[in-house]
Write a protein that binds this ligand. Structure first.
Ligand SMILES: NC(=O)C1=CN([C@@H]2O[C@H](COP(=O)(O)OP(=O)(O)OC[C@H]3O[C@@H](n4cnc5c(N)ncnc54)[C@H](OP(=O)(O)O)[C@@H]3O)[C@@H](O)[C@H]2O)C=CC1
Ligand SMILES: N[C@@H](C[C@H]1CC(C(=O)O)=NO1)C(=O)O
Length: 327
């Protein structure tokens, strides 16, 4: 059988993770990386990986089955996902939760017109955590759902920080409230505000001449990303960033606790412990790329979220193999 031919759009942490993940999946092959930078300046992980300018995607290439979009959600994907979905089936990790309906509508218009299949907002949150919130609430009709992240590096929030004028480089860590977690685990079912669940901590390298107070205000007040949280911003040197902030660990859990009859408690929990947030997220994107190609071949076009994708389509095994070996 022919392998699934993948193009990577945008070559950062996620793009490198997808390149590596494709190598772990024998039913897939990497056509190349498409970048807005000069391809000659882009150092790829794999020696044989080819880098092309984005403009190479402007013609209808018949050597690509699906594009995996690895740009930033803050400002790349809102433009790139609809633009590419007009020609190619795509997968993206768009993670500004507040604006997913808007993103879905824009991508769906393009995908319907292009007859492509576009799985948006997959990864782990949104993505696998979204699925587990829905499983928990569909199954335990009476109860409470909580999501906690970290302590770890959020790529979406780090990307958002890097997009602020005056920021040369930066990262963002998400810290869960241990007091909130304790109350949830004690079964208090507390009513927690966004601000009571997590705090956010940024480490920023300023561009020469940039004003720290202006940059801090822009970050702390950023709608959706930082405004709903208590956020601290530390200004450090490029050397400190390189020394102390190269790792991208993360993780967290979704917990649904409820009752199925008076006094009969049931608890569902799904958790992740990630040494590399980007490599894990990339692995999710690659599995959903497999599903997107299969859905498109079956004529199932338009924008999709993880709620619309049958889990079996993620597996390299056939339905028959899954029935025989996994049920
Ligand atoms: N749903 C989920 O669970 C998750 C979602 N995400 C999403 O993934 C997105 C991407 O994260 P991440 O890969 O860390 O972002 P990066 O900042 O590493 O990359 C974003 C884009 O910036 C450009 N870029 C990368 N490196 C450089 C560089 N050295 N110089 C200039 N431009 C560069 C690339 O585009 P180009 O090659 O065109 O220049 C790249 O696509 C996040 O914004 C987040 O929203 C991440 C984790 C989980
Ligand atoms: N989308 C997140 C994945 C998880 C992590 C997170 C957070 O720390 O706020 N929210 O969702 C990311 O970009 O890392």
């Amino acid at each position: 059988t022919t392998r699934i031919r993948i193009g990577i759009v945008g070559y950062g942490n996620l793009g490198r993770g997808v390149e590596t993940a494709i190598g772990l999946n024998p039913d897939m092959e990497l056509v190349g990386v498409f970048t807005r930078r000069d391809p000659e300046t882009v150092e790829t992980v794999g020696q044989s990986t080819r880098a092309y300018p984005m403009s190479d995607l402007d013609r209808d290439r018949d050597d690509i089955d699906v594009l995996i979009l690895c740009g930033g959600s803050r400002s790349d994907l809102p433009e790139q996902s609809p633009a590419q979905a007009a020609r190619y089936s795509i997968v993206d990790s768009y993670d500004n939760h507040a604006r997913i309906p808007e993103h879905f509508a824009a991508v769906d218009a393009a995908a319907q017109q292009g007859g492509t299949t576009a799985v948006i907002s997959t990864g782990w949150d949104p993505g696998l955590f979204s699925l587990n919130r829905v499983f928990g609430e569909a199954i335990l009709a009476q109860g409470s759902t909580y999501t906690f992240w970290g302590r770890g590096l959020s790529q979406g929030h780090s990307d958002a920080v890097r997009r602020v004028a005056g920021v040369a480089a930066g990262v963002q860590y998400t810290l869960p409230s241990e007091a909130a977690i304790d109350r949830v685990r004690a079964g208090e079912n507390p009513d927690l505000s966004t601000r009571e669940r997590h705090t956010r901590e940024c480490f920023v390298v300023l561009e020469d001449g940039a004003d720290a107070d202006t940059v801090r205000a822009e970050i702390v007040g950023m709608p959706d990303y930082f405004e709903p949280y208590d956020t601290t911003v530390h200004f450090i040197s490029a050397e400190e960033l390189a020394r102390d902030h190269q790792g991208m660990p993360h993780g967290g859990f979704v917990i649904r606790s409820g009752t199925t009859s008076a006094g009969t408690k049931q608890v569902v929990e799904y958790s992740l412990a990630l040494e590399s947030n980007p490599e894990f997220t990339a692995s999710v994107l690659v599995a959903y790329a497999r599903a997107a190609v299969r859905m498109n071949r079956a004529g199932d076009v338009g924008a999709k979220t993880v709620y619309d994708v049958a889990p079996g389509l993620l597996s390299p095994l056939s339905p028959e193999e899954l029935r025989a070996g996994y049920l």
